[in-house]
Design a protein around this ligand. Structure first.
Ligand code: NAD
Ligand code: MLT
Length: 317
């Protein structure tokens, strides 16, 4: 153990991660405490003597958390999005924030494709009716993706995987991402366009941007009006798409349907307007929930915590 760090590192884990990650920490000699679903004062109390904190999307790591944890060295995010961590406060308190940017990319992309099909073929709706004994064959006439246009908002790791998968099923590609090069878009066979054109030409729009001040509310009522007759899939972050406007656009028939995995407030309130619209499919933030992805992100996050206390570089890998 390098000088400057405590002999017994205490790692607090406040969202469930795969056992392989917990084992990695214990094998390195760290004390691991799990406290799932703690919030408010209980979270502040639990973190008060922690040297490391590991979370997924269920824990809000606010300034108050950093203030309550004077011995905190690193926050590990077992996943990609760090919008639930106050990065400025972490910097102010000298705490490292490390995420796992690779491990769940395929899982998130596969869920996005599954959600596109779920919406386009009304699979969940027909499933529920058949389970209830109703043979509703004549009520469903779906949309094929073959020959249609996919609009990708945010052509990063997940967006590129989705683009490749749906291009292989016969879709044409357009993308909106002001930070990606024309060359990279060309390699994927995608036309880089502005947001309005992306929405206007897309039959299916998939969203893959992080939640930032710039992307919050990016897909609002006006944007959705441009997606007339189309489908929207959001497996990125709640808050990027205006949920009230989406519910209205689908229930009014402006759009054919939508599929949403992530919400501005999680868990989703039972009063959400999204739940009242039959052509909107919802899942409870399951994009990264595969065995392979969870093992990968848990181990990679644990390895970064171990590295931090070994005075090795934290690579965000
Ligand atoms: P990434 O950083 O590789 O890609 C994000 C892309 O968005 C980048 O290409 C960036 O240039 C682009 N972008 C940023 N701001 C933009 C803007 N204002 N307009 C258009 N494009 C913009 O991230 P990723 O690995 O592809 O993951 C994307 C997001 O997906 C994550 O931030 C996370 O919130 C979410 N995610 C969700 C799940 C889930 O469980 N549902 C799983 C994994 C990732
Ligand atoms: C992510 O950003 O990686 C996702 O939110 C996955 C998760 O932790 O559920």
């Amino acid at each position: 153990m390098p000088r400057g760090f405590p002999p017994n590192v205490k790692v607090l884990v406040t969202d469930p991660i795969a056992d392989a990650g917990l084992d990695t920490l214990r094998e390195a000699g760290h004390e691991v405490e799990t406290a799932y679903d703690v919030e408010g004062d209980a979270l502040l109390d639990a973190v008060s003597d922690a040297n490391a904190l590991i979370v997924r999307s269920g824990t809000d790591v606010t300034e108050a958390v950093f203030e309550a944890a004077p011995d905190l060295v690193i926050v590990g995010r077992a996943g990609i999005g760090v919008d639930n961590i106050d990065i400025d406060a972490a910097t102010e308190h000298g705490v490292i924030v490390a995420n796992a940017p690779e491990g769940n990319v395929r899982a998130a992309a596969e869920h996005t494709v599954a959600m596109a099909f779920a919406a386009a073929r009304s699979i969940p709706q027909a499933h529920v009716r058949l389970k209830e004994g109703e043979w509703a064959k004549s009520d469903y006439l779906g949309t094929e993706v073959n020959g249609k246009t996919l609009g990708v908002v945010g052509l990063g790791r997940v967006g590129q995987e989705v683009a490749k998968k749906l291009a292989s099923l016969g879709m044409d590609l357009v993308a909106y991402d002001p930070y990606i090069s024309e060359e990279r878009a060309d390699q994927l066979g995608a036309d880089l366009v502005d947001l309005e054109e992306c929405l206007t030409v897309a039959d299916f729009l998939t969203v893959h941007v992080p939640l930032t001040p710039e992307t919050e509310g990016l897909i609002d009522e006006d944007a959705l009006a441009n997606l007339e007759g189309g489908y929207l899939v959001n497996c990125a972050r709640g808050g990027v798409v205006d949920e009230d406007a989406l519910a209205e656009a689908v229930s009014d028939g402006v759009m054919k349907g939508a599929a949403v995995d992530v919400f501005a407030e999680e868990p989703l309130s039972e009063d959400s307007p999204l739940l009242d619209v039959d052509d909107i499919v919802v899942t409870p933030h399951l994009g990264a929930s595969t065995e392979a992805a969870q093992e990968h992100v848990a181990v990679s996050t644990a390895e970064q915590v171990v590295a931090a206390f070994n005075d090795e570089p934290v690579l965000n890998a």
